[in-house]
Design a protein. Structure first.
Ligand code: SAH
Ligand code: SF4
Ligand code: F3S
Length: 449
């Protein structure tokens, strides 16, 4: 269902779509895919909901705060709908998958609900909503291979490429297996073709996306795992860099580490969520590894990939986490010295195994633990960044700098932003940049240093 719509005298009527996205990079890429799916129906992107014919809220449910943001936006959109009843309002993403039809009760403005598992059906669902003028809800659970979908990408030099959907694990805190469904990988040849076509039109860096990228292929019969996929795409002409997120510690096998180390286009950055440093907590989180197993993986990674940047996710205040358990997480942060961490307060999520756990950590204590974790990490990150002072780094030039459009920006292989002066003709090229100043969240560089 991707033919132009509606057609008048053979011409496609231009309509506007506004998409607001919360959540992870997969969700951001889903927004690009939704834009790509409705483009043949005549929709172009707009930056404001006020002039949109179609408004899509692409939602996240990872923590309660993310979910609540959607409801406050829906409240505001009631006024838009009252003023312009013809506008179609859709809720997509993980809250849509989780809540389904209940969203219609929450807000009378909603015309369309489709979950993260169903974005490929957007054109058909939208056509149904437009023709019947009745609310349409789609929350089916797909099986088989993940589809290849068009995408309307915002950037040229870098691109997200989804290699798998869903998650086959069952971490007790996590809503993702419920919202994104069973793990489905895409065919390796389709991934190859997508990257080759991106690179033919100027893309130089891809980020392979999945909730568990390194278990790619686990549920498909193709016999291509993540290491083999990297080997397959590595020679693509024009491709300069390969990133991937998120990796699961248990799927970080020696074979994969050997591949990461051997392939020069693979960036020296691994995001490897640890979640906690206490075995008691890890067990109740159902992470399926102990802290010492995690530590061994980190040691092996650092041995095989010298200078690799390691980042992680940490949850504080998981039910039953004692002060002693939490101190083990702090000790882990001190011992491992990650380049950076993302720390979150535990949030109770629907359809998760941790719901039945008791002994919740009071909110002020979660706050204290969050601050304690960040306070441990801050000087470590600072020290790691300071080590870049005076180094010459290879940068992929992405475009104008965010803070000063007359300058350029790019990233180190380890994913640090570098701002520097240079001509726009360098955009899309790998350049050697000397680091002359380390700032709080970026580096300042020079082509002459
Ligand atoms: N697939 C990735 C994680 C995806 S979710 C992995 O397994 O590593 C991103 C991060 O959100 C998680 O790593 C976790 O730290 C955090 N998170 C997930 N559920 C949460 C919850 N209920 N409360 C707080 N943080 C949560
Ligand atoms: Fe969630 Fe665990 Fe799957 Fe990551 S591996 S998406 S944390 S269930
Ligand atoms: Fe959020 Fe869904 Fe991503 S819950 S973090 S948008 S997978």
């Amino acid at each position: 269902m991707t033919e132009g719509w509606p057609l008048t005298n053979g011409a496609i009527v231009v309509k506007r779509v506004f998409i607001k996205t919360w959540g992870c990079q997969m969700n951001e890429h889903d927004a690009e895919r939704m834009a790509g799916l409705v483009a043949p129906m005549g929709y172009i992107l707009t930056a404001t909901p006020e002039d949109a014919d179609l408004i899509l809220l692409n939602t996240c449910s990872i923590r309660d705060k993310a979910e609540q943001k959607v409801y406050s936006d829906l409240g505001r959109l009631n006024a838009v709908k009252a003023a312009r009843p013809e506008v179609v309002i859709g809720v997509a993403g993980c809250v849509a998958q989780q809540e389904g039809r209940a969203l219609l009760q929450r807000s009378p403005a909603v015309d369309l609900v489709f979950g993260s598992k169903g974005i490929e059906h957007l054109p058909a669902l939208l056509t149904e909503a437009l023709t019947t003028r009745r609310p349409v809800v789609y929350t089916e659970d797909p099986i088989g291979l993940a589809p290849t979908l068009p995408a309307d990408r915002r950037e040229r030099v870098r691109a997200w490429v989804s290699i798998m959907e869903g998650c086959e694990n069952a971490c007790s805190f996590c809503v993702v297996p419920a919202t994104r469904g069973r793990e489905r990988s895409r065919l390796s040849q389709e991934i190859y073709d997508e990257i080759a076509s991106l690179c033919a039109s100027g893309c130089r860096e891809v980020t392979l996306l999945g909730q568990n990228v390194n278990s790619y292929g686990r549920t498909s019969s193709e016999g291509v795992d993540f290491a083999a996929l990297l080997d397959l795409i590595h020679p693509i002409e024009g491709l300069a860099r390969i990133r991937y997120t998120t990796s699961h510690p248990n799927a970080m096998t020696p074979r994969l580490m050997e591949t990461l180390a051997r392939l020069p286009k693979v960036c020296r950055h691994v995001h490897l969520p640890m979640q906690a440093g206490s075995d008691r907590t890890l067990e109740r989180m159902r992470r399926d590894y102990t802290f010492s197993e995690y530590l061994a993986r980190v040691g092996e990674l650092r041995r095989r990939l010298p200078n690799v940047a390691l980042t992680t996710d940490v949850i504080v205040g998981f039910p039953g986490e004692t002060d002693a358990d939490f101190r083990e997480t702090l000790a882990a942060l001190e011992m491992i010295e990650f380049d950076n961490i993302y720390a979150f307060k535990y949030s109770k999520r629907p359809n998760t195994a941790a719901l039945v756990l008791e002994d919740h950590v009071p909110e002020p204590e979660k706050d204290r633990r969050l601050q304690a974790a960040l306070a441990i990490q801050r000087p470590i990150t600072r020290r790691k960044n300071d080590a870049f002072q005076g180094r010459v780094e290879e940068i992929l030039v992405e475009g104008p700098s965010k803070t000063d459009r007359s300058r350029l920006m790019g990233r180190t292989s380890s994913n640090l932003v570098v701002n520097f002066d240079g001509p726009p003709t360098l955009i899309g090229r790998l350049v050697q940049v000397g680091v002359i100043q380390v700032k709080a969240n970026s580096l300042d560089g020079s082509l002459d240093a």
